[in-house]
Write a protein that binds this ligand. Sequence first.
Ligand code: NAD
Length: 270
Amino acid sequence: MATITKAIPAALRLQGKVAVITGGASGIGQETVKTFVAHGAKVIIADIQDAAGEKLARELGGPDTARFIHCDVSREEHVAAAVDLSVSAYGGLNVMFNNAAVTGPVGPLDQIPMADFDRAYGILLKGAFMGVKHAARVMKPMQSGSIITTASVSAHIGSGPMAYTTFKHALLGMTRSAAFELRDSNIRINTISPGMIWTPMWNQLSQAALNKVQTLSFFPAMKTSVSHQMAGPDCIANAALFLASDDSSFVSGEDLVVDGSHMLHPEDII
Ligand code: NAD
């Protein structure tokens, strides 16, 4: 009988890799920064929260391991600079995690100010696209790379603020199209769709909900306890680790839903 041997799994799944993580100063991004560094990666933390981003980089060992760059993802020159820093500081870019987001305008769609809609577009969709664009610029000559974008269960169903839901849906289409185009350059691109993850974004949203009673029509479950449906950001960081690492080397153009099955039970979803 043939002997089946399996390689001993490497403890450090991102040893020697370099990642840029947008929205890395808080919540899911912050947890992913920590996870990637723990797995041997060098990380550029790209965010608009300077104090939190600088502090995180220091706590993780400073410039040899992690660097912060002020980066508003709605500005192309900022996104390009974050990508360029990965090359100048650490010699390349293996993983781009487009994760920064805001909840965008809430309330009835006929009352959404177009300036708020445009700002949400600039961060949620255009910002993510510019991450893909500039990552590809660096990854194509390297003929390898993994690009990950944080979508949402709101990319699948019509619950959530209108602009947020619209742009999160669009991220799936962008990813599928890019996966086809980037395949020949050996660049993989996927999305992760988190369910309800306990992060500071919820403070933002629940405050908005408190401020705008109309929001409750979008979020009926907010009237009840949602805590039993929520998970910690480590669940998403681990999904990002899988998609960033060579463990997922044949996975591209896919969306990984991480929501504890709640999307399958729409009455559960807010
Ligand atoms: P968070 O508010 O903790 O983190 C978002 C980060 O993005 C913050 O650090 C913020 O400073 C940064 N950011 C905002 N605007 C930016 C800009 N213009 N440029 C650069 N950075 C900017 O929220 P989170 O829950 O960790 O969200 C991370 C991702 O997960 C987002 O894409 C969000 O849509 C997605 N998501 C979250 C949940 C959830 O339940 N928390 C569910 C589904 C999807």
